[in-house]
Write a protein that binds this ligand. Sequence first.
Ligand code: SF4
Length: 308
Amino acid sequence: MSIIEQCVEHCTVCPHRCGARRGIYEGDGFCKMGIRPKVARVGPHYWEEPCISGTKGSGAVFFSGCTLKCVFCQNYEISANHVGVFITPDQLAGCYKNLESQGVHNINLVSAAHYIEAVLQSFDIYKPKIPVLYNSSGYESLDSLRRLEDKIDIYLPDFKYSDNRMAERYSNAFNYSQVALAAIEEMVLQTGDIKYDKNGIIQKGTIIRVLVLPNHTKDAMSVLDCIRANFGDSVLVSILGQYVPSGEAYKYPEINRKITEKEYDKVVNHAIKLNIKGFTQELSAADEQFIPDFNMPSNDYFNYNSTH
Ligand code: SF4
């Protein structure tokens, strides 16, 4: 199938709804991205939650650009500096096929919100036979998510902030907590409860990530309260202690350090008190070695044999 890429005159696919023009390679909107996907890394990824990465890895496609501008982003090179190569929807479908042939447990679309159109087109060309996971900042529009219904098996959203002032200061996002809550409600509605295969690898469901920021344990605990009140036992929660000040975090003294064990334990103990199920991390994960290199994908990834 050949896909005709079309510039967009008035983009509203993410909650910024900037109404900006997006050409093939560049755009005038908040995200600055065009409509052709730019990807920074494609390959098996072993550092997701154990039920995602398993033993064979999660087949990650890291998209370049982002609809948030988190000052502390660990993937700053791709989210803000837009490192990557342009690929067509056919080549994106080829990435799925190649990752599948490597035996990964799932296809993991990382920060695809601004490329929703191309992602949908890629599924028309090739729908992976393994579960598809949508790895999100939580700042998603309901319209876009509804278009993904029946195409995504697992959602992996962040729930970054309960306090919208923090979202404005650190991520340049307005109304974040309401937008993320509504988005996650839609995700849970689509996936239903968590389901695993016989090896404990997730096949369906929503896992919410809560990143603990230094000096902001209170906000992380409010996020947990909100998750418990709205989703009960239907989701898993992953409490991330891996924060390393990256990007422009040095301009914000209150978040310009790693979190302490005391801060992390406080948030984890709150989750235990709420009877929340999910994952915690060893704080040794807070190391730059866990930030994957964004090497350009090799051409091998892009070959798609349309007879399959
Ligand atoms: S995807 Fe980009 S251009 Fe479109 S509404 Fe969001 S920020 Fe604006």
